[in-house]
Design a protein. Structure first.
Length: 472
């Protein structure tokens, strides 16, 4: 059942404060979650190179709603699966389309191409790549970014995406595929993208706005005047989406990525890189990079094999696709390879740089790709992703844990949308993803949504996406 009004950010946060305060009095349990270089194996309940994470028995997922999202064919063989959920609407913000839907039914209320969307905002795009969108329940605005050839930002007028948007060019530092990423908290809006090569190593640029400067209205426009640019940052650095309404300017916005590039010749240690931004008035300051050693390894994700040819291209499944802030922690998942198959690794890191949880979804009999994470008001975690094997068409799955489950454990993945066909297009391996979205419902902080690609058409190049809402 859906609530018909927006839950206030303060009420959302009161849910989480209750659990945080409860956890604080459990001093012995809390200390057991802290990980140091000497006890990584104590936290992780499964061999990091073994069959996967330890599980807690029993499914906790109840599917509430489900319907198809955007579909191809389009100018790519994959959708660039990005979407967000508002109080009354969902928005598919994929590579080819901007689609507004009624949240309850999935009915399309408005549909434009990406070029039409941006051109309507006075931005003249070239070939658009890597669209991203989030809904901010603190400001009741939608924030969208894309690249092509420069970095673009669009901000809605209010919580209804049909009411109007304003768009700007954020940066012309780099021309080309900028891999934009977007995050938000009560203090600012954070956009990161590709920063070029420095000594043959990829870097990131981040563009940081005081929140008030992007909340345009009838008498004011989005302002770039106080935007601060940070360059030569760790590659593919991702800003968190953090809905804490009580966050002070001195409480950090966290950014996370992993060390190293996409392709490695053999497994390497998984090392996380953490950066933090704090505010003094309208001026952001960024910390030095903090290195966090994990018990996991990274290996280049391989192709994911369907019941028949071609395999799905899994190489893009090597990065974080979102970063979810909750309390003083961030949660994230990334692709890797274990047991010779594409796998998922997930982490919880706090603002001090302590690694609180780490675990994996891995099995020698199937591949899992393009994960994203969200945490509900009870601190329960969900990871949405695509699962595929020699006996299962690409399907949507969710793996979850309760906030009270033993640290580093996940319950077994649950099928939430069934694939029915092998996905084929003009290339081998065929494109997939390249992203996904898993988010909190702003109308009910105990409801989560995931937006994933799956295969439900035998027509060549007819990529498909699916929205699924669920509770834990």
């Amino acid at each position: 059942m859906f609530y018909n009004r927006v839950i206030s950010p303060r009420l959302f946060w009161l849910f989480s404060l209750t659990l945080v305060e409860f956890a604080a009095v459990q001093s012995r349990a809390q200390s057991a979650l802290e990980v140091s270089a000497s006890n990584y194996g104590t936290l992780r309940q499964a061999d990091p190179n073994g069959a996967g994470a330890a599980t807690t028995t029993g499914s906790i997922i109840t599917v509430l709603n489900s319907y198809d999202g955007a579909s191809g064919p389009a100018y790519k063989d994959h959708p660039d699966t990005s979407g967000a959920v508002g109080p009354n609407h969902v928005v598919d913000f994929v590579g080819a389309y901007y689609i507004v839907r009624d949240k309850a039914t999935g009915k399309i209320l408005s549909q434009r191409t990406q070029k039409q969307f941006w051109a309507g905002l006075g931005v003249s795009p070239g070939t658009l790549n890597d669209p991203r969108i989030i809904y901010d329940l603190l400001s009741n605005r939608w924030f969208a970014v894309s690249a092509g050839p420069y970095m673009f930002l669009a901000v809605s007028s209010d919580s209804n995406p049909l009411h109007g948007w304003q768009g700007v060019i954020v940066s012309k530092i780099i021309s080309g595929d900028l891999l934009p990423r977007v995050g938000v908290d009560i203090n600012g809006l954070y956009i990161c993208g590709y920063g070029g090569l420095v000594n043959k190593v990829g870097t990131a640029n981040c563009f940081i706005f005081p929140k008030a400067d992007v909340l345009w209205g009838s008498t004011r426009k989005i302002s770039l005047a106080r935007m601060k640019t940070f360059t030569k940052l760790p590659y593919e650095l991702f800003p968190a989406t953090d809905f804490n309404p009580q966050k002070a300017p001195g409480d950090p916005e966290m950014f996370l990525t992993r060390q190293g590039g996409q392709n490695v010749s053999s497994p390497i240690p998984m090392v996380l890189l953490l950066k933090k931004v704090t505010w003094s008035g309208a001026v952001p300051a960024m910390s030095a990079t903090q290195t966090i050693l994990t018990a996991m390894t990274y290996d280049t994700p391989g192709s994911a094999f369907q019941p028949s040819q071609p395999p799905i291209r899994g190489a893009e499944n090597h990065r974080f696709f979102n970063l979810f802030g909750f309390g003083t922690s961030v949660f994230a998942a990334t692709g890797s390879k274990m047991n010779g198959r594409s796998a998922i690794e997930w982490y919880e890191v706090n603002s001090s740089g302590a690694l609180l949880q780490q675990s994996a979804i891995s099995d020698p009999n199937y591949d899992v790709v393009f994960p994203t994470v969200a945490v509900n008001a009870n601190r329960d975690l969900a990871i949405g992703f695509t699962k595929v094997s020699a006996t299962e068409f690409p399907s949507v799955y969710v793996a979850a844990r309760l906030g009270t489950d033993p640290a580093g454990t996940l319950r077994a993945p649950v099928l939430v949308a069934t694939g029915t066909a092998t996905y084929k297009c003009s290339v081998n391996p065929v494109g997939w993803g390249t992203y996904s979205s898993t988010v909190v419902d702003p109308a009910n902080p105990l409801v989560l949504w995931t937006f994933q690609e799956y295969s439900n058409s035998a027509t060549a190049c007819q990529w498909m996406t699916r929205w699924v809402s669920f509770s834990l």
